[in-house]
Design a binder for this molecule. Sequence first.
Ligand code: HEM
Length: 219
Amino acid sequence: MSDIASGETPAPPVSPNNPCPFLRALVAGGYVGGHVVPLAELSGTIDRATGKTGLAAINAGIKIFMVAQIANGLGPLSQLRSLTKGAVLDELRNGPLDKHGAGSRILDEHAVVHEEEIARLATYGQTYNNPDGGTERGLSASDIKTFMAANFQRAKDEHPRYYAILRCYYPLLMLGEWPVLLDIMGKGQGKDRYLSVAEIRTLFVERRFPDRIIALLKR
Ligand code: HEM
């Protein structure tokens, strides 16, 4: 288990009630605040990180806006608050997007990183050609598909009724997590595009994006 960077500098603190590794890195890097963030600001910031432009950027922005709109609750009051004030990033835990252990389990409910779960994630990967030179372990779209199915199955095996019947829509939520991270942070092209295990570890443990994403965020 680890709550600080592998180096000497501890990562800036982020509320344990923000369970999203992507949003945690945005908060830790100071790209957005850690509490209430207007939806337009949040989706605009994430849009920058995608590096997309034109119609593709508008399309991504709309999807992010919609996800953030429901993240703090599905009731009319929550919806109104999200729309008028913004998403509350330190109140995402136990919200509609929290899959309660059906994800990777790299972050526990106290947002402590579990290294053994990062090691488990790596077992779903393969060796890929790094466009920057050499090779490294990573997960392609198809590796990620297998990984997400295994995560859901693990939760289902533990609580068959809850996950198979009451939470059968969780695999849909997952499509907005690891595959989108691959889209943004992946290296390489086509079916060989992969998420680097080393960069996933840095994202979770140090709450830090790779330099190429930081460059996009600073534009
Ligand atoms: C494009 C931007 C985003 C990316 C790439 C992304 C990626 C991810 C990933 C990889 C996970 C980890 C799942 C796991 O451990 O298995 C996650 C979890 C989560 N994300 Fe995001 N996310 C994004 C935007 C958002 C937004 C806008 C919200 C809400 C405002 C959000 C809320 C959450 C929540 C609540 C979880 C926890 C789910 C769980 O523990 O079951 N994410 N996200």
